[in-house]
Write a protein that binds this ligand. Sequence first.
Ligand code: NAI
Length: 413
Amino acid sequence: MSRPHVVLFESIHPRAARILESRGLAVDTEAGGRAGADLIDRLTAVPGDGPIIIGIRSKTKVTADVFEAVPRLTAIGAFCIGTDQIDLDTARRHGVAVFNAPFSSTRSVAELVVGEIVALARGLFAKSQAAHRGVWAKSAKGAHEVRGKTLGIVGYGHIGSQVSVLAEALGMQVRFYDIVAKLPLGNAMPAGSLEDLLAESDFVSLHVPDTPKTRGMIGRDQIACMRRGAFLLNASRGTVVDLDALADALDEGHLAGAAIDVFPVEPKHPSEPFESILQGKENVILTPHIGGSTVEAQENIGEEVATALLGFLERGSTQGGVVLPGLDEPLPEGVVRIWNVHENAPGVLSAIVRTVADAGVNIVGQHLATRDDVGLVYVDVPADAQDAARTLCGAIASLAPSIRTRLVTGAAA
Ligand code: NAI
């Protein structure tokens, strides 16, 4: 079998190609995205008979027919946060690993939020727009320092905790609310409840995922709990805030302003129109879901996903992936690894072990992880049995519950 071949679509940051090429991998890059027959034609034209790894962003659609038509497709790097463009269920059933980069834009989002807190406190956008219109709106009325003010963070995960650190550096008091017990950073203090946090905060910033519990979690009742004159920021998911309730609270003067980066319905492409009930309110900062849109975040994504793909090729790691069971164990010197994804059914492991034992090959290590209906097993054998291990991969692949089997040797290429 020839060495793995990587195709990176959609102008992925060049750092990714550099990292993969530094380990001897052949990497093709393309500016555009592909889908359907076009993607299948491109992948079936990849030379050799080795594994194919693809890197995509949102425009390349990896649908079920792609998995059927390209059995060499072994791993997908989604160089972005979302994975909706991939048929994940079919990926799992074909034993194809999928990696994404959920945390590479953490700092970018946190910086935007902190910048917006200052901008809201000073009425920056209204004053800037007035100046553009030739109006000299010089006044201290309603303009405040953020030092000493209370910031309430809802969702103290990667982004929420970064916002906490940056806000404290500005002298803000930080409270947070999370459904999971979290270690407070610096002087941040957990709030007793969401309502307590809303009532205590001058600024409330949302950093929760999209779950059934967070959908609509900031509605009329919660906004009513907020202090009169407080500000609301949402750079998490558009489903979290009831924008009609927010618009009413702004109109009534209950809230002094808002900064909203995410919306219940967002244009899929810059050419599509954008509409929101918040348009025209000069105390509201509207941004087009750009929290994570920085050059630095793109570079981090390039590195994070390329490194995950290398870990997958070199030692069979699926840690941090989104479809296969997560497993990552060092591959010791002098050892090669039979990597097998199988249907999670009784008797599979014993059939695999029996196959190896019948070939007279010693097993020096074995690791298993399962996720739903799929299992992943590493069977480590001495490297001097590599030829036998290669033959064993074929035998194990032909066992009925096997989905995908490969030999992992420590080298990417
Ligand atoms: P994370 O998973 O690290 O943190 C989320 C936190 O929310 C966790 O601590 C979790 O326990 C908590 N949480 C979950 N349900 C909750 C509930 N009902 N009440 C209170 N806390 C709850 O996620 P991360 O990376 O910090 O991202 C946060 C949000 O930011 C996500 O929705 C993500 O999609 C969004 N995001 C937005 C970007 C943008 O461009 N605006 C870019 C990157 C992420």
